[in-house]
Design a protein around this ligand. Structure first.
Ligand SMILES: NC(=O)c1ccc[n+]([C@@H]2O[C@H](COP(=O)([O-])OP(=O)(O)OC[C@H]3O[C@@H](n4cnc5c(N)ncnc54)[C@H](O)[C@@H]3O)[C@@H](O)[C@H]2O)c1
Ligand SMILES: CC(C)[C@H](C(=O)O)[C@@H](O)C(=O)O
Ligand SMILES: [Mg+2]
Length: 372
C-alpha cells in the first residue's frame, strides 16, 4: 500500500486536485496499484482554519507518507501577512526545506497538437520542444539568511542573502548530467557569473562535475541570454541546470513555450528518493472558482509521482499517453484556445473525465462531452 499525502491548497489547487485524484483512482484500478490518499490542509486555507499555513497534522501526514501530491498555495487574501507566515514561504518552502527536496525537475514538452499555440516566430512546430529544467530547490536566495527589512523612512532596506555551497552545487549538477545521459546528452548550466559570487562558485563546480561526463556536451549561459535564447531558438536545449531563482523564472518561460502555465508538472526529490509533486504554476486567483483551470499540470504531476516515488512507470506512461490523446482530440481548457474559440473550451472536470475515460479504454466521441 502506498500512502499519498494530498495537499490541495488554495485557488485552483483544490479544483485541479480533484481531477488528479480521479485519474489516480482510475489508474490504480486499471493497474491494480494499492494507493491510499489522505487530504491535509495547507496554505492560506490552513491559515483560515488553523492559523498556520503548515499545521502540525499536515507535516506529520507528510512525514508518514510515501509521497506528497501538492496543489498550489497563496493568493491576495494572505499576501500582506508577515513573510514568515505567508503560505508560499511557510508551507511550500517549509516542506521543500524540511524534506531537503533539492532536485526539482520540470519536464517541458511541446505536444504536437499544441504547436500552433506557440507565439514563437521560429519553426517550433517542425522542430518541437523538449526540455528538462533541473532546478536546485533548497538553496540560493530563497533560503539564505539573513533576510528581512530594517531601518525607517527612505533609509529602510529590504535584504536577502544568496548562498550556494560546493556540496549543494555538486549534487544537483551530477543529477543534471545523469538526466542528460538518458536524454540527448546536453547540459546548459545557467548562472550570472559575470556579477554574482554564488554563480562563480556554481560555474566552477559544474565544470568540475562535467569532467566526469565527457560524452555529455556542456555549456554555460548567463541567465539573461538563456531567457532570450529560449524565446529565440528553444529547440537548442536539452537539460537546463539552474540555480533556484533562475530556474523558477526560466521554467515559466518553458511552460509557456509548451502552450500554457497549466501544462507543466514538477517533481521535487531528495537524496533518499522521497518526493513532492506539484504543478509549476500557482493558485491562479484570476481564474479560481470558475471551473476553467487546466488540470493537466496536476495530473502529469501525479504521473511523475507514480514514476519516481511508486516505481509505476507503465501507469505513469498510461496517464501521459491519455493526456496526449485528450489534447490530440481537441479536449482543451480555455488557456489552450485562442480567444475567438474559447466558447469551445472544456471545463476542468470535463478534461479530467475525458482523461479517465481514455485510461479506461472507453472510446468516446469528442462531441459527447458537455453535450448534455
Ligand atoms: N506551487 C505553488 O504553490 C505556487 C507556484 C506559483 C505561484 N504560487 C502562488 O500563486 C499565487 C498566484 O501567482 P501568479 O498569479 O503569479 O502565478 P500563477 O501561476 O498562479 O498564474 C499565472 C497565470 O497563469 C495562469 N495559470 C496558472 N495555472 C493555470 C492553470 N492550471 N490553468 C490555466 N491557467 C493557469 C493564471 O490564470 C495566470 O494568468 C501567488 O500567491 C503565488 O505566490 C504558488
Ligand atoms: C510560490 C513560489 C515560492 C514558487 C517558487 O518560486 O519556487 C513557485 O513560483 C514555483 O515555481 O514553484
Ligand atoms: Mg514559479
Amino acid at each position: 500500500m502506498s500512502n499519498i499525502a494530498v495537499l490541495a491548497g488554495d485557488g485552483i489547487g483544490p479544483e485541479v486536485m480533484i481531477e488528479a485524484k480521479k485519474v489516480l483512482n482510475t489508474i490504480a484500478k486499471k493497474f491494480k496499484i494499492d494507493i491510499n490518499t489522505q487530504d491535509y490542509d495547507v496554505g492560506g486555507a490552513a491559515i483560515d482554519l488553523h492559523g498556520n499555513a503548515l499545521p502540525e497534522e499536515t507535516m506529520k501526514g507528510c512525514q508518514q507518507a510515501d509521497a506528497i501530491l501538492f496543489g498550489s498555495v497563496g493568493g491576495p487574501k494572505w499576501a500582506n501577512l508577515p513573510p514568515t507566515q505567508q503560505p508560499e514561504r511557510c508551507a511550500l518552502l517549509g516542506l521543500r526545506g524540511h524534506f531537503d527536496l533539492f532536485c526539482n525537475m520540470r519536464p517541458a514538452t511541446l505536444q504536437p497538437a499544441l504547436s500552433s499555440l506557440s507565439t514563437l516566430r521560429n519553426d517550433i512546430s517542425e522542430k518541437g520542444f523538449d526540455v528538462l529544467v533541473i532546478r536546485e530547490l533548497t538553496g540560493d536566495i530563497y533560503f539564505g539568511e539573513p533576510k528581512g527589512r530594517k531601518g525607517e523612512g527612505d533609509e529602510e532596506t529590504g535584504f536577502d542573502s544568496m548562498f550556494y555551497s560546493r556540496r549543494e552545487v555538486k549534487r544537483i549538477a551530477h543529477l543534471a548530467f545523469q538526466a542528460a545521459q538518458k536524454r540527448n546528452n546536453k547540459v546548459t548550466s545557467v548562472d550570472k557569473a559575470n556579477v554574482l559570487a554564488t554563480s562563480q562558485l556554481w560555474r566552477q563546480v559544474v565544470e568540475e562535475v562535467a569532467v566526469e561526463y565527457p560524452e555529455v556536451s556542456f555549456e554555460h549561459l548567463y541567465v539573461d541570454n538563456a531567457a532570450m535564447q529560449l524565446v529565440r531558438d528553444p529547440n537548442q536545449f536539452d537539460v537546463m541546470l539552474c540555480p533556484n531563482l533562475f530556474g523558477d523564472i526560466l521554467s515559466d518561460i518553458c511552460a509557456m513555450i509548451t502552450g500554457s502555465m497549466g501544462l507543466l508538472p514538477s517533481a521535487s526529490l531528495n537524496s533518499d528518493g522521497f518526493g513532492m509533486y506539484e504543478p509549476a504554476g500557482g493558485s491562479a486567483p484570476d481564474i479560481a472558482g470558475k471551473g476553467i483551470a487546466n488540470p493537466i499540470a496536476q495530473i502529469l504531476s501525479a504521473a511523475l509521482m507514480l514514476r519516481y516515488s511508486l516505481n509505476q512507470d507503465e501507469a505513469a506512461q498510461s496517464i501521459e499517453d491519455a493526456v496526449t490523446s485528450a489534447l490530440d482530440n481537441g479536449v482543451l481548457t480555455a488557456d489552450l484556445l485562442p480567444s475567438n474559440q474559447r466558447q469551445n473550451a472544456k471545463t476542468t472536470s470535463e478534461v479530467g473525465d475525458y482523461i479517465c475515460q481514455i485510461i479506461e479504454n472507453k472510446c468516446i466521441q469528442e462531441k459527447s462531452i458537455g453535450a448534455e
